[in-house]
Design a protein around this ligand. Sequence first.
Ligand code: SAM
Length: 292
Amino acid sequence: NNIEIGSPTRTRAIMEAYGLHFKKSLGQNFLTDINILRKIVTSAEITTADDVIEIGPGIGALTEQLAQNAHQVLALEIDQRLIPVLGETLAPYDNVTVVNQDVLQADLSQLVATHFTGDRPLKVVANLPYYITTKIIMNLLDSGVALDKIVIMVQKEVADRLAATPQTKDYGSLSVAVQYAMDVQTAFIVPKTVFVPQPKVDSAIAVLTRKTEARVQPQDESHFRTLVKGSFMHRRKSLWNNLQGLYGKDADVKAKMQTALTKAEIAPSVRAEALTVEDFIRLSDCLLAAGV
Ligand code: SAM
């Protein structure tokens, strides 16, 4: 069969042949537009030098395009009904491995060590299941695996949050946590009409590229993450208020926080949304130095 998997005709034929129905609870909205699929691969700058991890291959529409351009593709699919389907649709490609795995349960560094040689650029490319988008992104960043690019279809609203700059309504802990490690760009907007079934919202392709320049690092990454999360806990409140919520209201703690803020040259009255990634790193280091 030489009609591409992601074409509307072939997708319909596969769904019918296997008697499949879409599982809403697994975020199954399949892409049926070959141009969009190709544009995703182009945005990820996939070459035969690259190893690729795909999350949620579905019936293999994006997987096929990746297999045609990458060195090796490892695809993690939670829905066991789709495993035999993928076995057939991707049979022409000998550089694809499909694993029946929940990405949130997977040990990514273990999988990477098992499936890849480790001497090639490693990229994640996926049309994400939207019910767990931010969890997947945070897990990828926390995994310790050196990912050169993460190219993902997300809800447009999430793409806006990923790329947001300080002093905007979309800027929050997700923006800081991601931008700390990756440069973020929105490659293009995707209308809901190219999916079956159609989701309720428009989508966008977010391109996260690992920062190459020697970046400023916090002394303690987990302290930094806790600080960022806690600072945005109540967006309307001042940084000072959120810090008390995070570290406590004892006179002793308050004095230490005051010392740290002064040293970091950050006014307690500002809101978290005014702070840059660098501000958060400096504040985390100063809080640690002050014993908070
Ligand atoms: N890649 C296909 C495409 O572009 O048409 C399907 C994308 S669909 C939006 C999301 C896929 O992720 C589905 O195949 C779904 O079964 C799978 N999925 C959902 N939750 C998952 C999880 N926790 N781990 C791995 N895959 C998951």
